[in-house]
Write a protein that binds this ligand. Structure first.
Ligand code: 8IG
Length: 275
């Protein structure tokens, strides 16, 4: 079956099972223990994690397609971490790409189908808190989904209590006790928010704004995965800084943060696999 047929397959879980089969065949790793979805700013983390066993272009696996955004990866990488196996998903589909919620959920469904019990969802996002400067990693404690949609179809009533596992956040904070936590507000995008929308997000309890993670987390919970969510603040949300940050400043903060982030994510992943 071609990728395109797979995406139009009637059962998204069956497409994910096909993808997991293809990954096992291509990588020679029958089961993975943990999966990581790497968002903007987190790309360097894979290399720090362990030994790369296999790197597969996403579009060669059923249900995945080439990345729409330059710099968003496009590789599925199997990494040996001690005697365990991590699957790094460098191919994320955003809802704003217009490929529908099945395409958005496919990466985490595939992760679950490979045998992973845990998924680490990372992203780059805007901060509503002036003290969280570009380059700051923040644990996602909860989310508010303002996309107006769900990755689930039909009468699928899934409980979202403790969606971003308290247990995993506590583990992450044993690695770095200075990690702050916040509520992630997902907008549909692809445009950034107006300053008025940013104030609304703040008043309803948000700390971070982004365009990816809430829908993936819902699909991941439905697939039975335990979820750790981590955001990298890459900018202050619109209207939060008195003077807009220059793009150069943001890039610089990203570069400065990159190696620290990669080390942090690798250490947290190893800690989860040990537990
Ligand atoms: I990177 O300021 C990044 N992604 N919605 N708002 C939203 N998404 C983002 C932002 C932001 N920065």
């Amino acid at each position: 079956m071609s990728d395109n047929d797979a995406l139009h397959h009637d059962d998204p879980l069956a497409v994910a099972a096909l993808a997991a089969e293809a990954l096992a065949a291509r990588s020679g790793v029958p089961r993975h223990d943990i999966a990581l979805v790497l968002g903007s700013g987190w790309g360097g983390a894979a290399a720090e994690l362990g030994e790369v066993v296999s790197e597969i272009p996403a579009e060669e696996i059923p249900g995945f397609s080439a990345p729409a955004v330059v710099g968003h990866g496009g590789k599925l990488t199997s990494i040996r971490v001690g005697d365990r196996h991590a699957l790094v998903l460098g191919a994320r589909t955003h809802y704003y790409e217009g490929r529908g919620v099945r395409a958005v959920a496919h990466a985490v469904r595939t992760a679950a189908a490979t045998g992973a019990r845990t998924v680490v969802l990372t992203n780059g996002c805007g901060s509503l808190r002036p003290e969280w400067l570009p380059g700051t990693p923040v644990l996602i404690a909860d989310h508010i989904n303002l996309t107006g949609t769900s990755p689930l179809e039909g009468a699928t009533f899934v409980d979202l209590t403790d969606l971003y596992s308290t247990r995993l956040r506590d583990l992450a904070r044993t690695v770095d006790p200075t990690l702050d936590q916040g509520v992630y507000v997902q907008f549909r995008g692809p445009h950034y928010e107006t300053p008025a929308e940013v104030q609304m997000a703040k008043r309803i309890g948000g700390d971070l704004v982004g365009m990816s993670t809430a829908l993936e987390a819902i699909a991941a919970r439905h697939a039975g995965l335990e979820i750790l969510g981590m955001s990298l603040v890459t900018n202050h949300a619109a209207g939060i800084s008195a003077t807009p940050l220059s793009h150069e400043e943001v890039l610089e903060a990203g570069r400065d943060a990159a190696s620290r982030l990669a080390g942090l994510l690798a250490a947290i992943t190893r800690r989860i696999l040990e537990d």
